[in-house]
Design a protein. Structure first.
Length: 297
């Protein structure tokens, strides 16, 4: 699925007016995961939620405890308050970051972006790369133009994805923590900075560990415009925002942008968020960023 968007001076009120900047995004998938939700979710017992009365929460919200329609929402609200108040971990800091900025004026620039959850455990551990199918799929989607940047989730070795199909001639890979990696087109962009920051942590009911945001700050060789590109794989449970709640995860992503980007940088955030539009994570991000593409993984 591809989407091409051109920003003009008719930006939303919370985003500063910007010169045209065109962004084309493509999200790829090779597997479909089917998730089922029950209450209590994955054995998460009611007695492990001190201070949370699910019957009251669901009755107030019009949901039903037994069929689970309000369970995750009640859990989000609980985690966003009690965990933020009690946790000493830095990524549970609940302070609200300031609004972001629009891109600085400059020559028109079209950016092509890839977001791809590789499902590494299946594609590489079980099927041993499946004949380099991921790299081949990426190449087929480049027939109308090369990607400027790529963000991969569940990626343990980006060189193993791009190398066998010859893409390392044009791209450099930045391997990050938390099984994420990025690539940028080195003939078109120069690296100004890069890093990885912890922004969330999985809930104890479905725990793999901490979750990070990987970033690259790049300058376009021809136009001089600067891109701040962020790649994120969100925490579990799905739609929970993780141990600290969805608002905290969103705030930490935005706080990273304030800390590492510069006013006027064009900001692109991509990833597999383990969240949809009903989550506090996405709702908080919508108040600060413009949605260009969404899809299933």
């Amino acid at each position: 699925f591809a989407l091409q968007v051109e920003f003009d001076n008719q930006a939303p009120s919370h985003v500063a007016a910007a010169q045209p900047l065109r962004i084309e995004m493509l999200a790829l998938r090779i597997e479909m995961l089917v998730l089922t939700i029950s209450w209590p979710p994955l054995g998460f017992a009611r007695e492990t939620l001190p201070g949370l009365n699910l019957d009251d929460e669901c009755r107030t919200g019009g949901g039903d405890v037994e069929d689970g329609t309000c369970a995750l929402y009640a859990l989000q609200r609980h985690r966003s308050t009690s965990s933020l108040a009690s946790s000493q971990q830095s990524w549970c800091d609940g302070s609200v970051p300031a609004q972001l900025w629009g891109p600085a004026p400059g020559p028109e620039l079209q950016i092509k972006v890839l977001s791809y959850n590789l499902f590494w455990w299946s594609l590489f551990r079980l099927r041993h790369g499946n004949g380099n199918s991921a790299g081949q799929l990426i190449k087929t989607t480049m027939e109308d133009g090369a990607y400027d940047v790529m963000g991969f989730q569940e990626c343990e070795d980006g060189n193993q994805v791009l190398g066998p199909v010859g893409l390392l001639e044009d791209y450099s890979v930045f391997q990050g923590e938390y099984a994420t990696c990025m690539a940028y087109r080195k003939t078109s962009w120069t690296v100004l900075g890069k890093g990885v920051t912890s922004v969330a942590e999985d809930m104890k009911t479905h725990y793999y560990g901490k979750r990070g945001a990987q970033w690259l700050r790049l300058r376009h060789a021809q136009t001089g415009r600067v891109l701040f590109f962020v790649n994120h794989h969100g925490p579990l449970e799905v739609n929970s925002g993780g141990e600290c709640g969805g608002a905290s995860t969103a705030y930490n992503l935005v706080r990273l942008m304030h800390l590492e980007a510069k006013p006027g940088d064009a900001i692109i955030l991509t990833g597999d968020f383990n969240a949809n539009s009903a989550s506090l994570t996405i709702q908080e991000l919508w108040s600060r960023l413009i949605l260009l593409y969404e899809g299933d993984s």
